[in-house]
Design a protein around this ligand. Structure first.
Ligand SMILES: NC(=O)c1ccc[n+]([C@@H]2O[C@H](COP(=O)([O-])OP(=O)(O)OC[C@H]3O[C@@H](n4cnc5c(N)ncnc54)[C@H](OP(=O)(O)O)[C@@H]3O)[C@@H](O)[C@H]2O)c1
Length: 231
């Protein structure tokens, strides 16, 4: 059975990815900042022998290197770069932006997924599926931005899209693919309670696209249901 590595696995979309892949019998490598506090994830892992939880803070690039070394002999089919933060606050809009928060958001939302992809490339090359997934957002789209605001989050997801598009071109010759997803507006801590979409529906859609992925789709920016997203 295939192996998936998921970041930000303790809640929201990451936890739902873990639930669904574990239920399908996949080997799930679930990474989260603080496993001791990740009650739902630990309960899930206790019921699935093919699931392992690893501590990983996405701002700690040495920790990413150490995890890759620790898992050096693992074959990874799918790497899901899911962990993310919003970064914007209502107190710090344009005119009084919080630059420290912006830098941290760029580290977590852009550099960390790139670092994960660099460090797990050997494991991905040996995997059957050879797929890197980036959980981005339609808010990273320039073409779709009709309302403005969310400067921190929008710029981070636009940069993530740009980086992942380049990586897709870079690694294609090695048979490795990259998919950039807009998961929809989903009910999670980040999406909020007004979001129309259940995490289970978003993840089911993305899993189906991942299952059916071919290299011809690499570098595409798509919604959880396969709809192409505007850059
Ligand atoms: N929900 C939506 O409507 C929506 C829409 C578009 C895109 N997205 C994207 O989907 C992804 C998942 O979002 P979500 O809705 O599930 O949000 P969420 O419920 O807020 O979960 C965010 C996850 O990221 C983790 N994370 C944050 N900072 C981290 C760090 N420094 N190191 C490790 N993990 C960290 C969190 O871990 P902690 O518990 O330790 O903080 C948590 O597991 C994000 O990339 C988000 O931008 C979501």
């Amino acid at each position: 059975m295939a192996t998936v590595l998921i970041t930000g696995a303790n809640r929201g979309l990451g936890l739902e990815f873990c639930k669904q892949y574990a239920a399908e019998g996949w080997h799930v490598i679930a990474c989260c900042r603080d496993p001791k506090a990740a009650t739902d994830l630990m309960v899930l892992a206790a019921h699935h022998s093919r699931m392992a939880v690893f501590p990983l803070d996405m701002t700690d690039f040495l920790a990413i290197e150490r995890l890759s070394a620790e898992l050096a002999t693992l074959d990874v089919d799918v790497l899901i770069n899911n962990a993310g933060v919003y970064g914007d606050t209502s107190e710090h809009g344009f005119g009084d932006l919080d630059y420290a928060s912006w830098s941290k958001t760029l580290t977590i939302n852009v550099q960390a997924p790139v670092k994960m992809t660099e460090m797990f490339l050997p494991q991905l090359k040996r995997g059957g599926k050879k797929l890197v997934v980036a959980i981005s957002s339609l808010m990273g789209s320039m073409a779709d931005n009709g309302s403005g605001g969310s400067i921190v989050y929008r710029s981070s997801k636009a940069a993530l899209n740009a980086a992942m598009k380049s990586i897709a071109l870079e690694v294609k010759a090695q048979g490795i693919g990259v998919l950039i997803f807009h998961p929809g507006w989903v009910k999670t801590d980040m999406g909020g309670s007004n979001a129309p979409l259940a995490a289970a529906v978003s993840i089911k859609g993305m899993r189906q696209i991942i299952d059916e992925f071919t290299l011809a789709q690499s570098g595409h920016f798509i919604k959880y249901d396969g709809t192409p997203m505007p850059w």
